[in-house]
Design a protein around this ligand. Structure first.
Ligand code: CP
Ligand code: NVA
Length: 302
């Protein structure tokens, strides 16, 4: 594994390795065991979109591993003034040990990897959010003791989260059910990957998706970059809410997960959110541990 561009590129073995290392790093951190595996290493972090969790967890994670992180805003980089990504990649590769990038197009992330010579990590694109899903899988495994055979239901937009949950869940042997309104389905490439898998289901019916679920997941109706569609989307997604009525059809002790930020009373009610706040914030914490595992795997001495 040379990069983390999207989960489609990873083998099941890669994901198992990352989750295993993430558990170890969480244990080491909680028990005050030194784990400075990236001493002297520098991660550049390019953010073309806002972030709370990704930025802070990568920055703190690099520090805890003995390295450092540079926050690179497009307002300051020449990339914001039109310097091509091919050139940025070749220059930054000469200073840094790795780059994390959050941007719009998946192609930009793939191009950084193509033209640069250091590991590239996708910190969210319109297509994928692999770091989030690694933390999600870690969290489900922590609470349920396993992943294989469990049912994961996603309610809402067929967006970056839905795309990555389908790939990550199926690669780990989970059953994955997606409920999205017509016209808001997951990406074609992901549906192509999932289509012959008997563990995959795509429906417009939220009750069908949630039935017998062991973990239920939702995300905002309008992702970053879709600000112009907010009102139209509010109408399209009105019924796509995780609420106490929907929770009645899930398995007992069903987890509720949300990548955050959450819009209460839109995709999730305050009641369900607060009843499951423990696992939702454990999930947010696990961003730190899962990403530290990715960093050690990609930037550590091989
Ligand atoms: N879940 C997530 O990626 O959060 P941020 O947008 O705050 O980084
Ligand atoms: N789908 C959301 C996820 C945020 C972490 C977005 O892209 O804005």
């Amino acid at each position: 594994m040379d990069h983390l561009l999207k989960l489609l590129d990873l083998t099941t073995e890669d994901i198992i390795d990352i989750l295993h290392l993430a558990d170890q790093l969480k244990y080491e951190q909680k028990n005050g065991i030194k784990h400075k595996y990236l001493e002297g290493k520098t991660l550049g972090m390019i953010f073309q979109k806002a972030s709370t969790r990704t930025r802070v967890s990568f920055e703190a994670g690099m520090y805890q591993l003995g390295g450092q992180a540079l926050f690179l805003s497009p307002r300051d980089l020449q990339i914001g003034r039109g310097e091509p990504v091919q050139d940025t990649a070749r220059v930054l590769s000469r200073y840094l040990d790795g780059i994390m990038i959050r941007t719009f197009e998946q192609k930009e992330v793939e191009d950084l990897a193509k033209y640069g010579s250091i590991p590239i990590i996708n910190g969210l694109t319109d297509f994928a959010h692999p770091c989030q899903v690694l933390a999600d899988l870690m969290t489900i495994k922590e609470y349920k003791g396993k992943l294989k055979g469990l049912k994961l239901a996603f309610i809402g937009d067929g967006n970056n989260m839905a795309n990555s949950l389908i790939v990550g869940g199926l690669k780990m042997g989970m059953k994955v059910a997606i409920a999205s309104p017509k016209g808001y389905e997951p990406d074609k490439e992901v549906l192509e990957f999932a289509k012959d898998n008997p563990d995959f289901m795509l429906t417009t019916d939220i009750y069908e998706a949630a039935k017998g679920a062991d973990a239920i997941y939702t995300d905002v109706w309008s992702s970053m970059g879709m600000e112009a569609e907010v009102e139209e989307r509010k109408k399209a997604f009105k019924e796509y809410q995780v609420n106490s009525k929907l929770m009645e059809v899930t398995n007992p002790n069903c987890l509720v997960l949300h990548c955050l930020p959450a819009h209460r009373e839109e995709e999730i009610t305050t009641e369900v959110f607060e009843a499951h706040a423990d696992e939702i914030f454990e999930e947010a914490e696990n961003r730190l541990h899962a990403q530290k595992a990715v960093l050690v795997k990609l930037l550590g001495n091989k």
